[in-house]
Design a protein around this ligand. Structure first.
Ligand code: G4P
Length: 534
């Protein structure tokens, strides 16, 4: 039977039960706490507190470096798989720090939905908005969790209005909070007509839900004081009148977000959200690719690399490429074709990430994320298939916003430095440009912190002290056009020209004036601030 909402063929059961998503939020809204509760209810961890370390590590720069050193933690948390009821959840971690927005963007190409966590007292914050905009570019379905309802929070209508106005997305309440702060009792489940009360005694337990026969059920009064009950009835009635009802198609189109209210730290509202992800978070979706798109139900396996993590084990220079399965049923040992190089690749040691462990993946289905250890063959944007020359599209590389020169402390070590920088470039941690005329390298990143992380990693992983120094250049643009025009342009602007880490030509700019001048003087050449990874 085709799916009524998507008008696509029904997926094989194993694929249809997969939900692959990421959590987006402003720092401190509760992403780590919510992740931990997901894992707890998904049976992936036994006790709250195990993921905590990571959330805390992000807080300060020095701790962040420590986290980078402690690759085990950050990597196993990059993608986590666990079961919840009949569903298999794949939770893909988005980097916490705002400096890594490009990485975040690419992570979001690997998921089918995003959970937006907001703080009930603060509403939509800057980083939430930024991440939301990235999701919007891909019309990614968004489910919203309004957290920290156990604290004094804003009026429910006000929160919903703010999301609607600020993010230009319709909101439909899946639950409605009863009271706020110390008076917060729980929520009325608007989709299932149930009362969910919060158990403040045990933060890892969830109180039983109470079946209710509509808002007028006399049982309500047994659990809710009269004033709060009157308020709840009035608000729910108003909400049902004023706010749009749940419409699955609109959720999948990314134009409507259902919102749940809860308190992650008290494990409250989390199961309802998880049920919601199961019920409304979409199944694995069709993947944009060239020359044709890839449907998850196809028999043949296809997948693409959206993240590469190097030096997980400093003793072995191995890298793990994270592959999102786009179609088919993968089995360990399969020989796949690496489309970019057209070479066969036996995938014999793929790993699945379960909370704090990783284990060999004997199989994986469309929607899953597997890690493939390799020695640098796999790059971000690469596609693996069973032979067909398909290339997943839509994984861009952005022009960096900050540039600096990078030099080895010891000039004799320039070759080593090149190797180290190329590795980070392949990981997607930086852009590396080799100027045509000048010696050394220009390194481009999105946020200042990345320079510090890079310097520390190059020293740690390659034993190579490096210096980052200011450069006259402020940005880089990829150069496109007919070969002759591009060559003429490059020859006349040698002091601006460089090659990126894939050997593609870039124009390094100082001021907007440079870009305007090129547009005026070289109408046959275009400068672009993104490039498709392939
Ligand atoms: P993040 O990953 O989005 O940055 O947020 P994280 O989960 O680390 O949570 C940020 C802070 O908010 C933590 O407090 C956490 O305990 C608290 N928190 C999370 N969910 C809730 C909730 O439902 N209610 C309340 N009242 N607080 C919540 P912290 O003081 O920074 O850390 P900790 O000392 O509690 O570990």
């Amino acid at each position: 039977m085709p799916d009524a909402a998507t008008n696509r063929p029904a997926l094989p059961a194993e694929i249809a039960r997969r939900r692959t998503f990421a959590i987006i939020s402003h720092p401190d809204a509760g992403k780590t706490t919510l992740t931990e509760k997901f894992l707890l209810f998904g049976g992936a961890i036994q006790m709250a507190g195990q993921v905590r370390a990571k959330g805390e590590a992000r807080r300060t720069r020095s701790d962040f470096m420590q986290m980078e050193k402690d690759r085990g933690i950050s990597v196993s948390a990059s993608a986590m798989s666990f079961d919840f009821g009949k569903f298999r959840f794949n939770l893909v971690d988005t980097p916490g720090h705002s400096d890594f927005s490009e990485d975040t963007y690419r992570t979001l190409t690997a998921v089918d939905a995003a959970i937006m966590v907001i703080d009930g007292a603060k509403g939509v914050e800057s980083q939430t908005r930024k991440l939301f905009e990235v999701c919007r570019l891909r019309d990614l379905p968004i489910l919203t969790f309004c957290n920290k309802m156990d604290r004094e929070s804003r009026d429910t209508f006000e929160i919903i209005d703010e999301i609607q106005e600020n993010l230009a997305i319709d909101v439909t309440p899946a639950s409605w909070p009863i009271g706020t702060g110390r008076e917060f009792l729980g929520c009325y489940d608007m989709l299932r007509d149930r009362l969910e009360l919060m158990d403040r005694a045990d933060r890892n337990r969830v109180a039983e839900s109470i079946s209710i026969d509509g808002l007028d059920d006399p049982k309500m009064a047994e659990h809710i004081p009269a004033d709060l009950l009157a308020q709840l009835r009035e608000e729910v009635e108003m909400a049902r009148e004023l706010l749009p009802p749940l419409d699955l198609q609109a959720v999948h189109d990314g134009t409507l977000t259902p919102i749940w209210f809860g308190s992650a730290i008290n494990s409250f509202g989390v199961k309802e959200l998880m049920d919601g992800i199961g019920a409304y978070g979409p199944e694995p979706q069709v993947q944009a690719a060239e020359p044709r798109q890839i449907a998850p139900e196809e028999d043949k396996v296809a997948g693409f690399v959206f993240k590469v993590q190097a030096n997980m084990d400093p003793k072995h220079r191995d890298r793990v490429a994270f592959l999102r399965m786009a179609s088919g049923h993968f089995k360990r040992g399969m020989k796949l074709t690496h489309v970019r190089t057209k070479k066969p690749m036996a995938v014999s040691n793929p790993v699945l990430f379960l909370a704090s462990d990783r284990e060999l993946a004997e199989e994986a289905w469309a929607g899953d994320i597997i890690g493939i250890p390799n020695h640098g063959q796999l790059r971000i944007g690469d596609t693996l298939t069973e032979g067909e020359a398909l290339r997943v599209s839509g994984i861009p590389s952005f022009a960096p916003e900050l540039l600096q020169n990078c030099r080895a402390g010891d000039p004799m070590k320039a070759k080593h430095l090149e190797k180290a920088l190329m590795q980070f470039a392949e990981e997607g941690a930086a852009k590396v440009f080799k100027p045509v005329l000048a010696s050394g390298f220009v390194v481009g990143v999105v946020g200042q912190l990345q320079f510090e992380v890079l310097a520390s990693r190059i020293e740690m992983e390659y034993g190579l002290p490096v210096r980052f120094e200011p450069t006259q250049f402020t940005s880089a643009r990829w150069v496109h056009g007919a070969r002759e025009a591009v060559e003429k342009f490059a020859a006349a602007n040698k002091s601006h020209m460089a090659e990126d880490n894939d050997g593609d030509m870039v124009y390094l700019t100082r001021l907007q004036w440079d870009i305007d001048r090129v547009a005026r003087d070289y109408p046959d050449v275009t400068l672009s601030n993104t490039k498709e990874m392939m």
